[in-house]
Design a protein around this ligand. Structure first.
Ligand code: HSE
Length: 407
C-alpha cells in the first residue's frame, strides 16, 4: 500500500484526488504497487459535503509526521508556504511532485539538490505545459541531443484570449472573463496577462535544456496587454499570427537569449495553429532536429494527469533518485530586453522616407486598417536597441515593435 497526500485542494488538487480515485487501481497496477491511496488533503478551507471531506486537514504536521505517507503532491501554488513545506517533506524522506511553476522556477535547483541528498524525488511535469508531457521527454527521450533552442506557447489563458481576439473579435476583458470562468487563469490574472507565468515556465525549460539556472528576474517578460487589432492585422498581412512566445536559445560563448513577448509566427507552423487554451513547446536538438509537444496546457484534469503520472513515477522509484538537475546560475549569461536580437515587425508614426534611410532594406507593408499616419515595416536582424535608436533618429514614434520568429 502506497499512501499519498495532496497539499492544496483547489482546481489542480481536486483534479488529482479525482484522477487517483477514478484510475487508482490501474495506476497501482502499472506501478507494481498493491494500491496507491490518498490519505490526507491539506487545505485551510473546509469542504462540507465533499467526497474527500474526511481526508481534509489544516495541519501540515499531520502529513509531515505520518510515516505511511511517502509521496506528497503540492498543488497550492505560490512560493510560501509551499517552499517551506516541500523542503521539510524532502528532508523528511518523502518524495514531492508539484504543479507549482513559481516554486520550480525560483527554488527548483535547491529542492532538486535536497531531494538527491535525501534519496527521494522532486518531480514537476505539471509545472510546464499542464497536461502535455514535455519535461520528461526533454530530460529522458532527448538526452542524446545538444539542445539549441526551446520555444513555445506556454500560457493557456493568454493563448485563449489572443485566439478570441483574433478569430472572434472579442474584447480583451470579455475573453479574460471567459478564461477565468473556465478555470484557466491564475487567481490573479496579471501573472498570465503580463507574461509572468510563461516566464516561469520558459525558465524551467531553459534550466532543463541548457543545464544552468536562469532566475526569472533576469529575463524580460512582455505580456499581451499592448497587442492591438493593428498588430493582428499587420501579422496577417505578413502571412502569420501574433502569439505570446516564450523562448530560450543557446548563443555562442555560453550566452542564452531568453525572452517572453508577443511575437510573429508564420502561418503553417505548429505554433501558428496552437489555439485556445492549448500550449505547444517546440524543441530543437542537434540530432533530432525539431520536435513539438502540443496539448492542454491548463485545466483541472489535464494538469492532474501530469501530477498523478509524477506520483506514479515516484511510487515506482522509492529510494532511487530519478529527478533531473541543473547547475547554479545567476542570469549573467542571459541576453534579453533591448539586447535581444531578431528581425522585427514595426509600426511607427513617422515619415516613410526618413525611416527608410535609417533601416536600409526595410520591407514596408500596406496594412489594411492601420491608423492614419502610421507606417508598418519589417527590419533585418538587429538588437531591439537598434530599432529604437533608428526610429528616434528618423523622428518617428514607435507604436509596436514585435519580434519575428523563424517558427
Ligand atoms: N494560468 C495558467 C495558464 C495555468 O493559463 O496557462 C497553467 O499553468
Amino acid at each position: 500500500m502506497m499512501f499519498v497526500a495532496v497539499m492544496g485542494y483547489g482546481t489542480v488538487g481536486s483534479g488529482v484526488a479525482a484522477v487517483l480515485k477514478r484510475n487508482g487501481e490501474a495506476i497501482s497496477r502499472r506501478c507494481g504497487c498493491d494500491s496507491i491511496s490518498l490519505k490526507k488533503i491539506l487545505d485551510i478551507r473546509s469542504f462540507p459535503g465533499d467526497e474527500f471531506e474526511n481526508l481534509i486537514t489544516s495541519d501540515f504536521q499531520e502529513i509531515l509526521n505520518d510515516p505511511e505517507i511517502k509521496i506528497v503532491a503540492e498543488t497550492m501554488g505560490g512560493l510560501h508556504p509551499a517552499y517551506d513545506f516541500v523542503l521539510a517533506l524532502l528532508k523528511a524522506g518523502k518524495s514531492v511532485v508539484t504543479s507549482n511553476k513559481e516554486l520550480v522556477a525560483v527554488k527548483g535547483r535547491e529542492l532538486l539538490e535536497t531531494a538527491e541528498k535525501n534519496g527521494v524525488n522532486f518531480l514537476f511535469e505539471a509545472s510546464t505545459g499542464g497536461g502535455i508531457p514535455v519535461l520528461r521527454p526533454i530530460y529522458q527521450c532527448l538526452c542524446a541531443n545538444e539542445i539549441t533552442e526551446v520555444a513555445g506557447i506556454l500560457n493557456g489563458t493568454t493563448n485563449y484570449i489572443l485566439t478570441k481576439m483574433i478569430k472572434e473579435g472579442s474584447s480583451f476583458e470579455a475573453a479574460l472573463s471567459q478564461a477565468q470562468a473556465l478555470g484557466y487563469a491564475e487567481k490573479d490574472p496579471t501573472a498570465d496577462v503580463d507574461g509572468i507565468d510563461a516566464l516561469r515556465k520558459i525558465c524551467i525549460l531553459s534550466d532543463l535544456c541548457f543545464g544552468k539556472n536562469v532566475p526569472p528576474e533576469s529575463v524580460e517578460a512582455i505580456g499581451i496587454r499592448g497587442v492591438t487589432r493593428a498588430d493582428v492585422s499587420a501579422a496577417k498581412t505578413l502571412g502569420g499570427v501574433i502569439k505570446l512566445i516564450a523562448s530560450a536559445k543557446r548563443l555562442d560563448g555560453g550566452k542564452l537569449a531568453v525572452t517572453v513577448s508577443p511575437a510573429f509566427v508564420k502561418n503553417g507552423s505548429m505554433l501558428s495553429v496552437t489555439d485556445d487554451v492549448l500550449n505547444c513547446a517546440l524543441v530543437r536538438g542537434d540530432a533530432v532536429g525539431e520536435v513539438c509537444f502540443e496539448g492542454p496546457g491548463a485545466g483541472k484534469l489535464p494538469t492532474a494527469s501530469a501530477v498523478v503520472a509524477d506520483i506514479a513515477d515516484c511510487a515506482r522509484h522509492i529510494g532511487v533518485n530519478r529527478s533531473p538537475s541543473w547547475e547554479e546560475g545567476d542570469g549573467s549569461n542571459v541576453v534579453t530586453g533591448d539586447s535581444f536580437t531578431a528581425p522585427w515587425l514595426v509600426r511607427a508614426k513617422g515619415d516613410k522616407e526618413e525611416i527608410g534611410k535609417q533601416f536600409p532594406g526595410a520591407g514596408f507593408i500596406d496594412v489594411p486598417g492601420i491608423p492614419a499616419g502610421e507606417v508598418c515595416f519589417t527590419t533585418a536582424e538587429m538588437p531591439r536597441s537598434r530599432v529604437k535608436s533608428g526610429l528616434a533618429s528618423s523622428g518617428a514614434e514607435a507604436c509596436s515593435v514585435i519580434r519575428i520568429t523563424d517558427y
